[in-house]
Design a protein. Structure first.
Length: 148
C-alpha cells in the first residue's frame, strides 16, 4: 500500500486529519495490505497520530499582567465611548467623593450654612471640579451658585 493511502486509512480509522498522521517505519507501512494491518501498525507505533495543538494562553497571561500594570491602556489603544473604559456612574462617584473630601477639609474655614449649601451643590452636579469648589468657597458665592 502506498504511504499516501496508509495516511488516508489511518485518518479515517482515528477520525483525524491526514496532516496529523506520521509514519515512523516506512517499510512496515508499505507492506500493510488491510485496515487490520494498519491497526496493528498503530498499536506497535510504526504509525502515530500527533496530538492536537490548542491555542496557548501564555502570551495572553503576560499581556494581562502588563495591562494590570498599566501598559497598553493609553488614549491610542482605546475603542468605543469613554464610558466603555470607565462607566459614567463610577466616574461620577470618583468626582463626588473627591469633592466631598475637599469640602470636609474646607468645612472649618467656611461661613455658617455654606458647608451644607456647597455639599448639596456637589451632589446636584453644579460643581465640576475641585478648583471650582474652592472658588465658590473663597468667594463666598455659595448662595449665588445654588440659585444658578
Amino acid at each position: 500500500m502506498s504511504l499516501k493511502t496508509v495516511k488516508r486509512v489511518v485518518s479515517r480509522l482515528e477520525k483525524t486529519g491526514v496532516s496529523r498522521v506520521r509514519i515512523m517505519d516506512v517499510k512496515a507501512a508499505e507492506s500493510a495490505l488491510t485496515a487490520d494491518d494498519i491497526r496493528a501498525l498503530l498499536k506497535s507505533g510504526a504509525v502515530v497520530v500527533i496530538p492536537e495543538t490548542g491555542t496557548g494562553r501564555g502570551k495572553a497571561r503576560i499581556r494581562d499582567i502588563r495591562r494590570k500594570a498599566g501598559r497598553g491602556r493609553g488614549e491610542g489603544s482605546r475603542h468605543g465611548t469613554p464610558s466603555a473604559v470607565l462607566t459614567d456612574k463610577k466616574r461620577w462617584m470618583r468626582r463626588v467623593r473627591a469633592l466631598r473630601r475637599l469640602l470636609k477639609s474646607l468645612k472649618s474655614s467656611l461661613a455658617l450654612g455654606d458647608y451644607k449649601r456647597l455639599y448639596r451643590m456637589v451632589k446636584g452636579g453644579s460643581v465640576r471640579d475641585k478648583k471650582q469648589l474652592v472658588e465658590y468657597a473663597k468667594a463666598g458665592n455659595a448662595a449665588e451658585g445654588a440659585k444658578k
